[in-house]
Design a binder for this molecule. Structure first.
Ligand code: HXC
Length: 510
C-alpha cells in the first residue's frame, strides 16, 4: 500500500517539476515566474485544486513519443480569490515552450466549460510559443475548441487573460475573445506573426517589443487593457479587478461594506470645472473624490486617454465609470475613445454593473484621419452600447455636452435613468464660438458684433437650464454634493427592471 501512495507522490512531483530545473532557472533568469508560482500568487493561499495533472500528449511524430511530460505544458484547475471561486489555466513555458497540443487544449476546454457551468470567472495566464509544431492539425483543432468556448462564455462569465511571456500565432485569439487582457512590461509580447515572418512578408525589420510589447498593445493598439511592471504586480491587480466583478451574468455585482460616508461632501468640487470652457481639468480628480475610498480600477489607462473607464464602488456596490477627460484632446470622442468606452459599457451591461457617466465633451473629432478610419461606425458603437444598456444609468454633465456627443453620453434620450448637471454645464449643438460663426456668417467681418452674438448665444444655451426646463436633465446639483446625490440615485435604481425586444442577437456596428 505504502508503495502505491509513494507512486502517487512521485508522479505528482514529476508533474510539478514541469520541464525540469534548468528550464525553471531559465524562466527565473528572464524575470518570469513559473506557471505554478503564478497560480500561487493569483489564488488565495492553499486554495488551488488542480485538474489533469497527469495528462500527456498523444503525438508519435518527430520523436515525441519519447518526450512526455505530465501536465503537457499547462496547469489547470480552480481556486479562490478573496473567497470567491475562479477557474484558471496557466501555460508552462518550461514544457515544450508552453505550446498547444491536442491534449493541452482539452485541459483548457475542460476548465472553460466548468467555469461556464458553475458561473465563475475564468482567468488564463499566457506564456507560450503557439501551436505545438510537432502536432499539426490536432493543435489547430484544439485552438478552435478553445475559441468556441471563449465565444460561448462571452457575456456569461468574466474572462480575463494575462500575457506573461510570448503569446503568438494561435495563442493570441483566445485572449482577444476575453473581456480583459493585461500584459507584463518587457517580458511579454503578443502578435499574430513574429518579427521573422514580418521581415519575410513585408520587408519590415521590427523587434518583439515594437511589434507586440506592452508599450504597443496597452498604449497604441488598445488590444491590452493594461500593463504592469512584473508578474507579481499583474497578478495582484487581477485579484483587485475580480473583486469588482460578479462571478457571472446571473449575479448582481458584489456588494461589500463601505467605510466611506455616503453623505460625504467635497467642497473642492465647487471650483473643479474652470469657468473658461477651454481650460482643462483632470476628470480623475472628480472620480477619486466621489467614489468609495478613492478606489478606482482603471481600464486601458494609457490608451484613448480622452475617455476614462474603470470600476469603482458607491455605497459598497460596484459601478462602471465612464468619463470624458478634458486633459486629453479636450475630451473629444474619436475612434479609439468610442471603441474603448463602447466595449466597457457593454461589459458592464452584460454583467449587471450600473453605469455612472461623467460628461464633459466638445463633440466628435473632426478630420480626414478620423473619417477615413470609420469614425461614423466606431462612434455608433458607443451610441449603440449606451442605447441597448438596461443596467441603472446615472449621468452627470459637469461642463460641455455638445452635439451628437451629448446624445451619446448616456443622455436621457438613450434611457438614462437619472441625469444630473452641475450649474457649470453647457448643453448645446456646438460651442458658442463655432455656433455664431455659422449662423451669423454675414457678421463675420465685424469682430465686435460677432462677440456680442457669442455672448448672446452663451447666455441662452451655455447653461443646463434649457435642458432642465425640458426635463432632459432631472436636476441641477451642487458640485460639492455630487457623491451624496449619486449614492442616492444608485440606491433608488437598485430594483430597476428593463428588457429589450427579443432578438437572436443584435447587429451592432462592428
Ligand atoms: C513546440 C516549441 C514551440 C512550439 C517553443 N518550443 N515553441 N515546441 N512547438 N510552437 C520549444 C522550443 O523548442 C524549446 O525547447 C522551448 O520551447 C523554448 O523555446 P526557445 O525558442 O528556446 O525559447 P525563446 O528563445 O525564449 O523563444 C520563444 C519563442 C520561440 C519566441 C516563442 O520558441 C518561437 O518562436 N517558437 C515558435 C513560435 C511559433 O512559430 N509558433 C507557431 C505559431 S503558428 P527546448 O527543448 O529547447 O527547451 C500557430 C498557428 C495556430 O500558432 C493558429 C490557430 C488559429
Amino acid at each position: 500500500m505504502q508503495e502505491i501512495l509513494e507512486e502517487l507522490e512521485r508522479r505528482r512531483a514529476a508533474a510539478r517539476l514541469g520541464g525540469g530545473e534548468a528550464r525553471i532557472a531559465a524562466q527565473h533568469a528572464k524575470g518570469k515566474l513559473t506557471a505554478r508560482e503564478r497560480l500561487d500568487l493569483l489564488l488565495d493561499e492553499g486554495s488551488f485544486e488542480e485538474f489533469d495533472m497527469f495528462v500527456e500528449h498523444r503525438s508519435h511524430d518527430f520523436g515525441m513519443q519519447d518526450q512526455k511530460i505530465p501536465g503537457d505544458g499547462v496547469v489547470t484547475g480552480w481556486g479562490t480569490i478573496n473567497g470567491r471561486v475562479v477557474y484558471v489555466f496557466s501555460k508552462d513555458f518550461t514544457v515544450f515552450g508552453g505550446s498547444l497540443s491536442g491534449a493541452h487544449a482539452q485541459k483548457i476546454v475542460k476548465v472553460q466549460r466548468q467555469a461556464r457551468k458553475m458561473g465563475a470567472p475564468l482567468i488564463g495566464l499566457f506564456d507560450a510559443g503557439g501551436a505545438r509544431i510537432q502536432e499539426g492539425v490536432d493543435s489547430l483543432a484544439g485552438y478552435a475548441d478553445i475559441f468556441l468556448e471563449n465565444s460561448l462564455s462571452s457575456g456569461v462569465i468574466p474572462q480575463i487573460s494575462v500575457i506573461m511571456g510570448p503569446c503568438a500565432g494561435g495563442d493570441v485569439y483566445s485572449p482577444a475573445l476575453t473581456d480583459f487582457i493585461f500584459m507584463v512590461r518587457d517580458t511579454s509580447y503578443m502578435y499574430v506573426t513574429g518579427p521573422d515572418v514580418v521581415r519575410t512578408v513585408t520587408n519590415e525589420t521590427v523587434t518583439h517589443e515594437d511589434l507586440g510589447g506592452a508599450s504597443v498593445h496597452a498604449a497604441k493598439s488598445g488590444v491590452a487593457e493594461g500593463a504592469f511592471d512584473n508578474d507579481l504586480e499583474a497578478l495582484t491587480q487581477v485579484r483587485r479587478l475580480v473583486d469588482f466583478l460578479p462571478s457571472s451574468n446571473r449575479e448582481k455585482p458584489p456588494q461589500r461594506e463601505s467605510f466611506d460616508d455616503p453623505e460625504r461632501a467635497e467642497p473642492s468640487l465647487d471650483t473643479l470645472a474652470p469657468v473658461n470652457a477651454n481650460t482643462p481639468y483632470d476628470i480623475k480628480e472628480l472620480i477619486l473624490k466621489i467614489v468609495d475610498e478613492a478606489d478606482f480600477f482603471e481600464i486601458s489607462p494609457d490608451w484613448a486617454k480622452n475617455i476614462v473607464c474603470g470600476f469603482a464602488r458607491f455605497d459598497g456596490q460596484s459601478v462602471g465609470v465612464v468619463a470624458n477627460q478634458p486633459l486629453a484632446l479636450a475630451g473629444v470622442l474619436d475612434i479609439d475613445a468610442s471603441r474603448k468606452a463602447a466595449r466597457f459599457v457593454r461589459f458592464c451591461d452584460a454583467f449587471n454593473i450600473p453605469l455612472l457617466t461623467l460628461v464633459d465633451v466638445p463633440g466628435f473629432m473632426p478630420g480626414t484621419k478620423q473619417e477615413y478610419g470609420g469614425l461614423i461606425k466606431h462612434g455608433a458603437k458607443l451610441l449603440y452600447a449606451y442605447a441597448e444598456a438596461t443596467v441603472p444609468k446615472v449621468t452627470l454633465i459637469t461642463r460641455k455636452a455638445y452635439g451628437g456627443a451629448y446624445d451619446v453620453m448616456s443622455s436621457k434620450h438613450l434611457r438614462g435613468d437619472i441625469n444630473y448637471a452641475w450649474p457649470t454645464a453647457e448643453i448645446a449643438v456646438m460651442g458658442p464660438k463655432g455656433a455664431v460663426e455659422i449662423i451669423f456668417r454675414a457678421e463675420a467681418k465685424d469682430p465686435e458684433a460677432l462677440a456680442a452674438r457669442e455672448a448672446e448665444y452663451k447666455a441662452r444655451f451655455a447653461n443646463p437650464f434649457v435642458a432642465a426646463q425640458r426635463g432632459y436633465i432631472d436636476d441641477v446639483i451642487m458640485p460639492h454634493g455630487t457623491r451624496r446625490r449619486i449614492v442616492r440615485a444608485l440606491r433608488s435604481l437598485k430594483g430597476k427592471q428593463m428588457a429589450n425586444p427579443w432578438k437572436k442577437h443584435d447587429n451592432l456596428p462592428l
